[in-house]
Each structure stands twice: as structure tokens, then as C-alpha cells.
Design a protein around this ligand. Structure first.
Ligand SMILES: Nc1ccn([C@@H]2O[C@H](COP(=O)(O)OP(=O)(O)OP(=O)(O)O)[C@@H](O)[C@H]2O)c(=O)n1
Length: 491
């Protein structure tokens, strides 16, 4: 006789089938309903109109997360050929034309259907600040030409303007800390050191700075629910190109026909124009009277003498505050790690000095040896480097060391807190990303609400609960279960 399986009754089979179908349906609905949608992206474009050149940056972020958790990333950058827009004061239309190739690249990089909604910003920095001081109508004409060119682009042009030094410093700090995820997590922030061609910025948070001693250096932010009292200062004329002009002005005060410059390599020999050298508000008031049209610029290659002439463009003694950096500018005690970018990186990377664990004395020794290397040898060793950059690295290295140690007061102990950086997670360090995040309100003042569970966690919990309910349901039907007697039934 065959033994009857007590589960093989029509009722339990029907309940089981319905239960399994119900679970499958429940889980399918949960998965489909919460499936991440195919990713769509939004874009933003920022043109950095610097003193030495203009660069275009394209940023991208997931479309559905643009004001909370989405990460904004740089997807492309384009270096505009030619000099910065401030150099086109005498031929403004060429300033607009110069942007054409990079704008063309942007059109190809941003998907066509997103063109109309993609904001396009142009921010000009110290080159235009100087032109504006020197000749404000010339700077207006350059802006007009650039605006006209950008209005013709298919993007949503939001205007061109000169950033204040304070904005340039603060947005550079926002960029570095945003990319490092320090803002969202409320971690200790990283200070920002930016060295351009015409200005330089230092920005950091210090416990002993609340803005009261020097309100013009304070920027208050509330980001992701945290308050920051940022110290920031921009030194106009202390970018590395204008600093070099000041160093040369220092050496040509008497209008000589020849100078023997310790900051250039021995054997360096170039004829330079007095009117070109003094054509900047940083030095124009010092132009020597009765100087010849040109002077011969000879290199001497002596680091310690270069250090002396570089120091002479700073005032390290005057200070009407409790403490200063230089030129009577207040600066609180340095605090935390620092990221040094733009020309800081270009120069220190070229000189193989980005490793800040190298003692400062060794850095000085390396510069001593580098500066004294004959110019011919330098050119031979670096045939691919632009001669203009190459000629200036001895000066630039000396200037950076002086600015950091004597200017901002970095010591042997705090120098290793500096990291020379170009990019963070694929995006260039600089003010442009911070500027765009601010203008598109992409960093909320308060911490965004995040879903309590990630998608996978949600699906797992729904599945477990569904199975549990099914088991409970089966158990609740116990009265309907066929009884099994102790003795096997003989049919
Ligand atoms: N490989 C390179 C590239 C650039 N530079 C120098 O770096 C500076 C440019 O830095 P950047 O941040 O691009 O300055 P700008 O934006 O042009 O200047 P600013 O912000 O002051 O307007 C210039 O002095 C340029 O000569 C360099 O030494 N080596």
C-alpha cells in the first residue's frame, strides 16, 4: 500500500502556489519600482579667463541629483590658444575669436539635446583686474567682444564678469574641499594656495580667526549643515609673471643698458624692451626716467643673490595687526593641510620638488645647483619645454619658496603639510568648479536627506518580509492541515 503524503492535499498545493506567485509578484514589483533609471547627465561650462591664458572646463553631474548627493566631475578641459583676454585690449574682436576652437570642442563634448539648458559662465581674474585698474574702458570693450562671441554659442550664456580676489580665493577653497569630499562629511578642511600669473591667493580655516580682526579677509559659508569662517586673501601683482616684473623693475631702477640677473641661468642673454616691462600697473609708477628703449638681460645663476632680490619685493616688517603675512596684510596662524595648485604645481613639478617631505634645506640646495646650471645645458636637457617657461623656473622656484616660507610663514614643521596638486579625482584644482557649484546652487546649506536604505538593502528586506509573511500564513492555516496519525494509514 502506498503511504499518503499529508502535504499533497489540494488545499495546501493551492495555498503554496498562490503564496509563491504572491512572493514573486511582490519582489518583482519592488525591484521594478525601485530600479535605478538609466543615468542622465547635466552639464555646465566655465571659462577661466586668466592673465596668461584662458581655459574652458566642462562639468557633468547626474541629472536627478543636481542639488544634493550627485558628484560634479570635470569631463573635459580645453586650453585656448594665445594669451589671456586682457592682452587683446588693442584688438578686442580677437579676444572673442580666440575662444572659437574651445567652444567648438564644447559643442561636440556636450550632447546636442543638452546644449540649450547648459549654463556657460566666463570669469576673469587678475589680468582683467589689472586692465580694469589701468584702463576701465579698454576692459569693458574686451568684455563686450567676449560676450558677443559667447552669446552666439548654443549654450545658455550666463554672463562674463571679473571675479574679486576674495571670490577667486574662496571658490578655489570650495573646489578643493568639495572634490576631497570634506564638506559633505564635515571633516577638517584643506587650505588652498593658488598661484596665477598676476595674483596669488591663500585661503584656509583657522580656529583663531573669526573675522573680527580683519573683516575684509573673512568669508562665511554654511555648507551641508556646517558653518565655516574662511580666511582668504588675494595679493594682486604677486602672481608669478607680475612678481617677475617687480623683480626686474627692482634691478632696472636706474635705467641701465644691461643687468646681470641672479635669477636667470648663466649664459642667458636676451634683449628686452623697457616699455613692455613697465607696461603694468604693478610696476608702471617705477619706470626709470631717461632709460634707453631696451636693456640686455644677462643671467648670473646665483640662488642666494636671487633670494635677496626676490625678498626685496615684499615688506615683511610693517604690520598693524596681531600678525601678518606680508605688506601689512593680516593672516591668522596657519592650520591644517594645504593644497597648492596652478603655477605652484607647474613649477615644483618641473623642478622635481613636489615631495614636501624633502627638508627645506635640501630644497634650497637643489635650487642653488639648478640656478647655477648653464642656460645652454638647461635647453639641451629640456628640448620639449617652452623656452619662456624654461628660462623662468629658477626665478619661479625661488619666488615660491620665499612666498611660502617668508611670506605665509610656513616653517620646516608646517611645510610638509603642503601638497602640490594639479587635479583631484580627475578635476583640475582651481576656482572654476567652486564658482559653478555656487552659481547653480549645487551645494546646499543644509545636509540633504538621504534615503534610509540603499536600493539593494530595500529589496532584500522586502523579500525577507514577504517570505516571513508567507510562512506565517501557512502556519495560520494549521487547522486545515491533514492530520497524520501515529500509525501509518494503510489504504
Ligand atoms: N607648464 C607651465 C604652465 C604655466 N606656467 C606658468 O603658470 C602661470 C599660469 O598660471 P595660471 O593659474 O594659468 O594663471 P592665470 O590664470 O593665467 O593667472 P591669474 O589667475 O593670475 O589671472 C604663468 O605664470 C605661466 O607662465 C608654467 O610656469 N609652466
Amino acid at each position: 500500500m502506498k503511504e499518503k503524503n499529508p502535504w499533497h492535499t489540494p488545499v495546501t498545493i493551492i495555498i503554496t502556489v498562490i503564496g509563491v506567485i504572491a512572493i514573486v509578484a511582490l519582489v518583482t514589483v519592488a525591484v521594478l519600482q525601485n530600479r535605478p533609471l538609466a543615468q542622465k547627465y547635466k552639464y555646465g561650462i566655465v571659462l577661466d579667463a586668466g592673465s596668461s591664458h584662458t581655459a574652458l572646463y566642462i562639468y557633468e553631474w547626474p541629472a536627478e541629483k543636481d542639488n544634493n548627493t550627485g558628484r560634479v566631475e570635470q569631463t573635459h578641459s580645453c586650453k585656448v590658444k594665445g594669451p589671456g583676454i586682457s592682452s587683446y585690449a588693442s584688438a578686442p574682436s580677437r579676444a572673442g575669436e580666440s575662444l572659437r576652437d574651445c567652444m567648438q570642442e564644447a559643442k561636440l563634448r556636450v550632447p546636442g539635446k543638452r546644449h540649450l539648458e547648459t549654463p556657460l559662465y566666463l570669469g576673469a581674474t587678475a589680468g582683467m583686474r589689472l586692465l580694469n585698474i589701468e584702463n576701465s574702458s579698454a576692459s569693458d570693450v574686451v568684455f563686450h567682444a567676449v560676450e558677443e562671441a559667447l552669446q552666439k554659442s548654443p549654450f545658455s550664456f550666463q554672463g562674463a564678469r571679473i571675479l574679486s580676489g576674495q571670490e577667486e580665493g574662496a571658490f578655489g577653497w570650495v573646489t578643493v574641499n568639495y572634490l576631497d569630499d570634506r564638506l559633505k562629511q564635515g571633516l577638517e578642511t584643506t587650505g588652498a594656495l593658488d598661484l596665477g600669473g598676476a595674483s596669488t591667493q591663500i585661503s584656509f580655516v583657522s580656529d583663531n580667526f573669526d573675522g573680527s580682526e580683519s573683516p575684509e579677509n573673512a568669508v562665511a559659508f554654511r555648507l551641508y549643515g556646517n558653518d565655516y569662517n574662511l580666511y582668504t586673501h588675494s595679493f594682486l601683482c604677486y602672481g608669478k609673471d607680475q612678481a617677475l616684473r617687480m623683480v626686474l623693475a627692482q634691478q632696472t631702477q636706474s635705467g641701465p643698458g644691461t643687468i646681470l640677473d641672479p635669477c636667470f641661468h648663466p649664459g642667458y642673454n636676451e634683449t628686452k624692451n623697457y616699455s613692455v616691462l613697465y607696461d603694468s600697473p604693478c610696476v608702471s609708477d617705477r619706470k626709470p626716467q631717461g632709460a634707453p628703449a631696451t636693456f640686455t638681460h644677462l643671467g648670473k645663476g646665483n640662488f642666494s643673490q636671487c633670494l635677496d632680490v626676490v625678498k626685496s619685493i615684499f615688506n615683511f616688517t610693517y604690520c598693524r595687526y596681531s600678525q601678518c603675512s606680508f605688506n601689512g596684510v593680516f593672516q591668522p596662524l596657519l592650520q591644517g593641510p594645504f593644497g597648492a595648485f596652478s603655477a605652484y604645481y607647474f613649477v615644483m613639478n618641473f623642478l622635481n620638488l613636489t615631495d614636501t617631505s624633502i627638508p627645506l634645506d635640501t630644497v634650497r640646495k637643489k635650487l642653488t645647483s639648478y640656478c647655477s646650471t648653464p642656460w645652454d645645458q638647461i635647453k639641451q636637457q629640456h628640448p620639449d619645454v617652452k623656452v619662456k617657461y624654461l628660462a623662468e623656473y629658477c626665478f619661479s622656484g625661488t619666488y615660491i619658496l620665499t612666498l611660502l616660507t617668508e611670506g605665509y610663514n610656513f616653517t620646516s614643521e608646517s611645510y610638509p603639510n603642503i601638497k602640490f596638486i594639479k587635479k583631484i579625482k580627475g578635476s583640475d584644482a582651481g576656482w572654476t568648479l567652486g564658482y559653478m557649484l555656487n552659481l547653480t546652487n549645487m551645494i546646499p546649506a543644509e545636509a540633504p536627506d538621504s534615503p534610509p536604505l540603499p536600493h539593494a538593502g530595500y529589496v532584500s528586506i522586502v523579500t525577507v518580509i514577504a517570505i516571513l509573511l508567507f510562512v506565517l500564513f501557512i502556519l495560520s492555516l494549521r487547522p486545515l492541515w491533514p492530520r497524520c496519525s501515529k500509525q501509518p494509514q494503510i489504504i
